[in-house]
Write a protein that binds this ligand. Structure first.
Ligand code: PLP
Ligand code: COI
Length: 342
């Protein structure tokens, strides 16, 4: 390694790396993409992405294995989710192969920034699809930019595998019942900024959102999905059309069932029925698995396993998931994409 970075103490912060990928969609098709050292996007002041939120993003990670190789975790799933988001916002799909090749090229070009195996860090990739061009009416753009940039990251929530506390939002929802909650669009995150800031300012890691129509069921966390382990060891995670379909969550559903031998299901998680859970956590690419020590729900503070210790099933799930991502545990077929560095 020739770069000097404090790998052990990375948080989740932007870092300008040497290279990013950029491709332009014009005349009804994607033009050949390329790596560039230019970290600034040059777009029209009237771009629909800026005015009407016609944009989408993704998040995925590259990991360094014990032997020094680099691998991506399920990039095909991110490509597919971006395609669904693109459909919802009337943007052109980025083909899966183009997405994966772009991701690999960014990792390869910045390979010195993939944190060492021992550090616990990873290289976070941020794909972005935006509608650009000279349009001022509320309508889809004709032209688009697809870019992927990257940065080395450590923990998203300060605790890492130490539990932290979360707070239920009743004053604000992140998504509408038939809105864009299931799409990874910036507008959902814009809606979460104020409740998120209120939560941080009062000592909570993030917000737990309830279903927007009845406020009786947990939907998800502002930046991750929610899961609970019931007292009889079932992995349960909310099912709702207005939450982001987390790739980590679906991976955990699979691993809970097929590797840990647990029952695992998606279903209703009523906020007044948290007693059924022995453990709870937030899961996502950035969050990985972040144990939830307790949830503030109005005046009630509900503690799960412990406010200071990670529960045993959450720990097993973490070891299995992170073991696969870092190459220590055999991955289910098709989950790992090697990045060749020559
Ligand atoms: N939910 C929200 C709101 C998110 O921002 C994320 C992060 O991507 C997730 C869930 C987790 O999704 P994934 O596991 O695909 O990263
Ligand atoms: C991710 O985990 O990739 C996310 O997008 C979560 C957050 C940083 C917005």
């Amino acid at each position: 390694m020739t770069v000097t970075i404090d790998w052990e103490n990375l948080g989740f912060d932007y870092m300008k790396l040497p290279y990013r990928y950029i491709a332009h969609y014009t005349d009804g098709q994607w033009q050949a993409g390329e790596l560039t050292e230019d970290a600034t996007l040059h777009i029209s002041e009237s771009s629909p992405a800026l005015h009407y939120g016609q944009q989408a993003f993704e998040g995925l990670k590259a990991y360094r294995t014990k032997s020094g190789e680099i691998q991506l975790f399920r990039p095909d799933q991110n490509a597919e989710r971006l395609q669904k988001t693109a459909d919802r916002l009337m943007m052109p799909q980025v083909p899966t192969e183009m997405f994966i090749e772009a991701a690999k090229s960014v990792v390869k070009a910045n390979h010195e920034y993939v944190p060492p195996y021992e550090s616990g860090g990873s290289l976070y990739l941020r794909p972005l699809l935006i509608g650009v061009g000279d349009i001022i009416g509320v309508q889809p753009a004709h032209d688009y930019i697809f870019t992927i940039f990257a940065m080395p990251v450590g923990n998203y929530f300060k605790g890492g595998l130490a539990p932290t506390k979360f707070i239920v939002s009743r004053d604000f929802d992140r998504a509408a019942p038939h809105g864009t909650g299931a799409a990874k669009v910036g507008g959902n995150y814009a809606a979460s900024l104020l409740p998120g800031a209120n939560a941080h300012n009062t000592g909570y890691s993030d917000v737990i959102y309830l279903d927007p129509s009845t406020h009786t069921k947990i939907e998800e966390v502002g930046s991750a999905n929610f899961f609970g382990i019931t007292k009889d060891n079932e992995f349960v995670t909310p099912l709702s059309p207005s939450i982001l379909p987390s790739i980590t969550k679906y991976s955990l559903l699979y691993l809970a069932k097929n590797r840990l031998g647990l029952k695992a299901s998606e279903g209703d998680v009523f906020i007044d029925d948290l007693d059924r859970f022995a453990e709870a956590g937030a899961c996502g690419t950035a969050a990985v698995i972040s144990p939830i020590g307790g949830i503030q729900n109005g005046d009630d503070f509900h503690v799960f396993y412990s406010e200071t210790e990670v529960g045993p099933i959450t720990r097993k799930l973490y070891d299995e998931l992170v073991g696969i991502q870092k190459g220590d545990v055999t991955a289910p077929e098709g989950w790992i994409y090697k990045v060749e560095i020559d």
